[in-house]
Design a binder for this molecule. Sequence first.
Ligand code: SAH
Length: 369
Amino acid sequence: MPSPAALTFTVRRGAKPPRHLADLSPAQRRTAVTELGEQAFRAGQLSTHYFARLVDDSAAMTDVPAGARERLVAGLLPPLLSPVRHLECDGGATRKSVWRLFDGALVESVLMRYPDRVTMCVSSQAGCGMNCPFCATGQAGLTRNLSTAEIVEQVLAGARALNRGEVPGGPGRVSHVVFMGMGEPLANYRAVLEAVRRLTDPAPDGLGLSQRHVTVSTVGLVPRMRQLTDAGLAVTLALSLHAPDDELRNELVPVNTRWPVAEVLDAAREHHARTGRRVSIEYALIRDVNDQAWRADLLARELVRRGRGWVHVNPIPLNPTPGSRWTASRPADEREFVRRLRSAGVPTTVRDTRGREIDGACGQLAATS
Ligand code: SAH
């Protein structure tokens, strides 16, 4: 596996990604179309092609006259992601894509097909500024925030591939989106929230996913968590806790020094109270670091103290990243950790680690292409 030090791309700094249909609300699209000298109703046609029919070849937009089509596509559907490579495993059911953005920055997305769902794991930033020492993305620092359309396009690229039958299992649709790729979504709050709206607005204004099928995963930026709760979206919140005590969490998730365990758990609990959505606690099990029985008990206590039925825990064996001194817990310790949570009445599901072979599993996304 290449190390993050092998990052060999150069990024043009400062310029903004080109404006795209998916950056805009339906009203803004009509304005933009008028400014391009076309009639406002063309905005609806473009949205239908983009979100409902998943068209990416403008030649298929036969209800728009050729001249207008050219202007509209140039003005509102600029290419944002160019594929660097697609890597597959699990017989094609897991597919990682590496994308080059307009300025040379690289990001990754992962499509995971299950019998009953298709989940797209997307990046919200190029790199990440949160500096968690066990995460590959954290090692290279933050390059920049993605635009709304750069996020939406990752999902649409997966949706188009499924629609064309390119993913084994026959034609299908994206049903779930998780913001668990590169970046801290709540550090790019506005673009991420707009992306959630594009993904969940009914077609043809958006892709029409259920809000409940969108998961925003965070290190725990408390003011932003509260803002998300206030936004009133029924999205699922995933909190990357990784330790129930401040001493260890300060090390594993450095932003904990700003918003400690008690505060992030209170904010997560509040998200449940206001949205009815059960919060996921992410917990990467790291051998002899955070996987002790007493930490399982402390975690259970901290959760149960705040009520029942509001949370479930997703332990995941650490995916060791290059150069890391840490590795995954022993299976027996993992089992005991899970057993203790469950016997305290905390629903707990060990998460699978799809895509390990293609560096597409959790925390392995360090674009080294
Ligand atoms: N910044 C956000 C979302 C991206 S990371 C967040 O931290 O929640 C998605 C999940 O993968 C997080 O729970 C993160 O802690 C976890 N993760 C990162 N590196 C990992 C690794 N090496 N092994 C297992 N999980 C990891």
